[in-house]
Design a protein around this ligand. Structure first.
Ligand code: NZQ
Ligand code: ZN
Length: 388
């Protein structure tokens, strides 16, 4: 078996550590000679916890405009208002201050602002409709979870259609991202647990497939998983512990910045099914993954048995043929974070969900997913049924 070919490209500059927000202006100036900057953010937590004030202190000399109200699971219609603002004000640089939703929303804003036509066509992959460029942007990360701060993907929702769609491309990398572990202490416990879970699942979906010759990728993935397990209770009970918080932050970034996927096969079907649960019921992104993953692993256990055994042995210290136990340990890990792993813990309106999801996958022609391209819409339906 030989190591698979891969291209690896990641142009985002990461500035990691404490007391770094004073560098924001200089980082912007590396990419932008004008002086009009738009700050994008969510519901206002950044003003309560002081991150906004710290960032603004660095932006003396810039004309700063604000666009607030980007929701968790950012909404197409909200973001389109920001696109208008960017065009009207001729904005040359955007600074996203927030979690995955604000950063993803900003990726959409900066790409759609450069696009002639209806950006929804791009999200639904209408033939010939693609984003090809973006206004430069940077990020100040306030919630370690998605990895959006160092990747070029985004997920955009349109609730009136109950749709959640992905976008991205090489033009959508942040120019820089500021990662200060102190933000973890400002987060509600629920969001810390979500962050651990999302990072864990990003790692698993690029690892729990079948063995390849890319031994380093497997060891890096196992290192991230083991580190998340090691720090999870510390960071939940004492989020001010900068060692635990800093490791969570770097794990979350490393889990989805392109490193793990270089040359390996991956299986994003937990995310694809999970996105439907958010679109249907508004369940937090990470929680949908904890609901779906153990059930998907059980349904596809023969496809994944070798890697499940390796995961059980190397990450949980189990012995021999331990695939079933490894799945159970994964479920227990999520539950130890106070993350319930069944749909009925979040909604009682689940009866039609398995069939709706099956039909959507058929309509989108997602007929064969996963690392072996054999997960069918019928199997997606039975995974959702099992997850109830
Ligand atoms: O609205 P604000 O005030 O910012 O409050 C947010 C929001 O209510 C709050 N929060 C964030 N930082 C905080 C804080 N509250 C207090 N103190 C802070 N320091 O947390 C809530 C959730 O924020 P959100 O950004 O929605 O969370 P997350 O980072 O988990 O992002 C989830 C979104 O990212 C997408 C998901 O689908 C979802 O839409 N994803 C993006 C990916 C990517 N771009 O690569 C990959 C992921 O798999 C994921 O799909
Ligand atoms: Zn995710």
């Amino acid at each position: 078996m030989k190591i698979n070919n891969f291209d690896y490209y990641n142009p985002t500059k990461v500035v990691f550590g404490t007391d770094i927000y004073g560098r924001t202006a200089d980082l912007i100036k590396e990419h932008y000679t004008g002086n009009k900057v738009l700050i994008t953010y969510g519901g206002g937590s950044i003003k309560e916890n002081g991150i906004f004030q710290d960032v603004m202190a660095s932006l003396n000399g810039f004309e700063v405009l604000e666009f607030s109200g980007i929701e968790a699971n950012p909404e197409f219609t909200t973001l389109m208002r920001a696109v208008e603002l960017v065009r009207q004000e001729n904005i040359g640089f955007v600074l996203a201050v927030g979690g995955g939703s604000v950063i993803d929303g900003t990726k959409f804003i900066v790409s759609a602002a450069n696009y002639n036509g209806d950006p929804w066509d791009v999200l639904v992959r209408k033939e010939g409709c693609v984003f090809t460029s973006a206004i430069p942007f940077g990020t100040v990360l306030t919630l370690p979870a998605t990895g959006s701060e160092m990747n070029s993907g985004a997920v955009i929702s349109r609730s009136e259609l109950k749709e959640k769609r992905t976008m991205g491309g090489p033009f959508a990398f942040p120019k820089f991202s500021l990662l200060d572990p102190k933000v973890v202490a400002t987060l509600p416990k629920r969001q810390i647990a979500n962050g651990i879970t999302d990072a864990y699942m990003h790692t698993l979906e690029q690892y729990l497939t079948y063995p390849t010759a890319n031994l380093l990728q497997e060891r890096i993935a196992e290192g991230i998983l083991a580190t998340l397990i090691e720090i999870s209770q510390n960071v939940l009970t004492n989020p001010g512990d900068e060692k635990a918080a800093g490791n969570l932050m770097w794990c979350a970034t490393m889990a989805l910045n392109g490193t793990l996927r270089a040359g390996v096969v991956y299986d994003w079907s937990t995310h694809m099914i999970g996105h439907e649960l958010t679109a249907l019921f508004g369940i937090d992104h990470a929680r949908t993954l904890a609901i779906i993953a153990p059930n998907l692993f059980e349904v596809k256990i023969e496809n994944k048995r070798e890697k499940l055994n390796q995961y059980g042995q190397r990450v949980f210290g189990l012995n021999g043929n331990c695939a079933e136990q490894a799945i159970q340990k994964t479920r227990e890990f999520f539950e130890s974070l106070d993350i319930p792993t069944s749909i009925s813990a979040y909604t009682s309106d689940y009866a039609d969900a398995p069939e709706i999801i099956r039909q959507r996958f058929v309509e989108r022609n997602w007929l064969a997913m996963g690392e072996r391209v054999d997960l069918t819409p019928d199997e997606a339906k039975s995974i959702v049924e099992k997850a109830i």
